[in-house]
Design a protein around this ligand. Structure first.
Ligand SMILES: [Zn+2]
Length: 257
């Protein structure tokens, strides 16, 4: 409980505030950028954007700590970007200490706890890759249980249509959110701009949108597109961190159990 309140107060006290969007706007947009932690292209430019972002940092990598610290100091929300087993893809894309479905319960528990310890200031978690592991009830039950014990919410990037996150998180009373749109499945300016336009149209019909982009190959393009579209999005919605979408009583409630 103490840790949770401290985490909450730190958020209130030490984070800089960004220029407020029109307060009459009831709509919220949260932009999540994945794959920090490995000195990826676009890192500094993204972290210096003048909006509150949610920054997902992979554990156990060369710039894990510096990226998480800079993100926090610049007022962004930090997530643990936990590497999890995909159906396709090379093992070395996953990074160190990934969660794979062949691990024992104890080993999964140990790795998830270590990942949380490794990423300073994390308020939530999402997964890197993970199309296989997020369909696995045994694995996700352990991951969500540890999130709950550490006061973290979970963002399901929905890299598979059969993710068990929403079902388990609801059952286990872990706050969770779901991705609505990826900016950069294809690494071209044309595609990322098309997704930004799609997001802008979705804001007309939806009260809340969560969208995910990446540093890395598409990082520098993400920076340019976001710079162009931030004012466009701000006409329709307030750009917020993911933690702003989780009512704080839920976070405090969990500490009382
Ligand atoms: Zn990722």
């Amino acid at each position: 409980m103490k840790i949770l309140i401290r985490r909450f107060l730190l958020l209130l006290i030490t984070q800089p505030t960004f220029a407020a969007a029109p307060s009459s706007s009831p709509k919220n947009l949260a932009i999540v950028i994945d794959d920090f932690g490995n000195n990826m292209p676009g890192t500094e430019e993204i972290l210096n954007l003048p909006i509150k972002l949610t920054v997902a940092v992979m554990p156990f990598l060369p710039s894990t700590k510096t990226d998480a610290e800079l993100a926090f100091n610049n007022g962004h929300d930090v997530l643990v970007h936990l590497p999890m087993e995909p159906k396709k893809g090379k093992k070395n894309w996953l990074g160190p200490q990934a969660i794979t479905t062949d691990l024992s319960d104890d080993e999964i528990r140990r790795r998830v706890e270590a990942a949380i310890q490794d990423v300073p200031h994390a308020v939530g978690m999402n997964h890197h890759m993970g199309s296989k592991a997020t369909e696995d009830e045994r694995v996700m039950r352990i991951v969500l249980d540890i999130c709950k014990k550490n006061g973290l919410f979970y963002l399901d990037s929905k890299t598979t249509g059969k993710s068990v996150v929403s079902k388990l998180a609801t059952e286990m009373n872990v706050p969770f959110l779901e991705n609505d749109l990826f900016f950069d499945h294809v690494y071209t300016t044309q595609h990322i701009k098309k997704q930004a336009q799609l997001l802008d149209r979705k804001l007309l019909e939806n009260e809340r949108i969560i969208a995910i982009g990446h540093v890395g190959v598409s990082g520098p393009i993400m920076v340019d597109v976001l710079k162009e579209y931030i004012p466009v999005f701000q006409d329709k919605a307030e750009i917020v961190g993911l933690s702003d979408l989780i009512p704080e009583y839920k976070i405090l409630d969990k500490g009382l159990e």
